[in-house]
Design a protein. Structure first.
Ligand code: HEC
Length: 291
């Protein structure tokens, strides 16, 4: 096992992992099972951006937490969740847990971002069992009731919003269909969408930046960072925000009003100040002289 054991905590966690499956090392270079979790980013003891796989069984041998969830919209009623805290996963496997953020990537290229502040406030858990069952026995998704929610999903033991910016309130990040976890440097991930130009430090631009980190970045990308689910890059949103700010704001508020087939979720709770902060923020990317 090529893991550097940087702290007693990490050592204990890895020993615990190894103890569960004496016959196989904790991380594999190749996928062994469809249910393996892919890991990447800054992995302890490996060159940056290495990819490794960990099995559901090995994850089950890590220190687990269990709780009964009643507010998670992925479930229809009180549900018993067992899994590994993302913080514990980062501590055991990440190269620099103190600066690591955790990024969860889904099979449709949606990404949920867990910066340190979110980890500390909400202690999200990589779900391994639902009501005592492995992924094959999990309920289907709560919206269309036809999708498997495995191989992994993420839940929070309980969720009390920890910040509010204009009318964006901290939202639970509870993706299902998670296939990959990356341990990343928050400064790099959010740095890729830091506002540009002379207005970068303006209050509304900074507010828009914070909101976009938690909302838009799940489905819209900046280069290789951020979600690829929408197929629309930061740059293409910036062009709309700069050239047609009213259309931009209207789309964010209620996509289906302009596009009957829109898949983007609406943000009915966003008031004018919030929409204008997002518009001002995205406009900082739309070329020299803007906004
Ligand atoms: C859950 C995924 C998701 C999130 C989160 C999301 N979008 Fe989108 N967005 C999409 C998809 C998918 C499209 C492509 C058109 C459609 O299906 O709505 C899109 C399209 C758009 C468009 C229209 C582009 C065009 O060509 O007309 C704008 C503007 C936009 N998004 C802005 C945002 C902003 C700003 C945020 C954050 C406040 C955001 N989106 C968050 C998925 C998302």
């Amino acid at each position: 096992m090529r893991l550097s054991l940087k702290s007693p905590m990490a050592f204990a966690a890895i020993l615990f992992v190894a103890a569960g499956v004496q016959s196989s090392p904790a991380l594999h270079e190749k996928r062994l099972h469809p249910s393996d979790l892919e890991l990447s980013g800054a992995l302890a003891g490996l060159p940056p951006d290495s990819t490794r796989y960990i099995t559901h069984d090995v994850l089950m041998a890590m220190p687990l937490v269990s709780f009964t969830e009643s507010g998670d919209t992925n479930f229809t009623g009180p549900t018993k969740i067992t899994g590994v805290r993302l913080e514990d996963l980062a501590r055991a496997l990440g190269a620099s847990p103190a600066s690591d953020m955790v990024v969860a990537i889904c099979d449709d290229e949606y990404r949920a971002n867990y910066p340190q502040a979110y980890l500390a406030a909400h202690h999200p858990v990589l779900v391994l069992e639902v009501d005592g069952k492995p992924p094959a026995g999990w309920p289907k998704d709560s919206q269309e009731h036809k999708f498997d929610m495995g191989p992994y999903m993420i839940s929070n033991p309980k969720f009390t919003p920890s910040f509010k910016i204009l009318s964006h309130e901290d939202e639970p990040q509870i993706p299902w269909g998670v296939v990959r976890i990356e341990f990343r440097d928050e400064k790099v991930v959010f740095g890729a969408i830091a506002p540009r130009g002379p207005h970068a430090q303006d209050r509304d631009v900074q507010d828009g930046f914070r909101i976009a980190q938690q909302n838009c970045y799940r489905c819209h990308n900046s280069g290789r960072e951020g979600g690829q689910k929408s197929g629309q890059s930061w740059q293409s949103l910036a062009v709309i925000a700069g050239a047609a700010p009213q259309d931009f704001a209207a789309y964010v508020h209620d996509p289906r009003a302009s596009n009957a087939k829109a898949q983007m979720p609406a943000n009915p709770q966003y008031d004018d100040a919030t929409l204008s902060a997002l518009t001002a923020y995205f406009s900082t990317f739309s070329g020299p002289g803007k906004p």
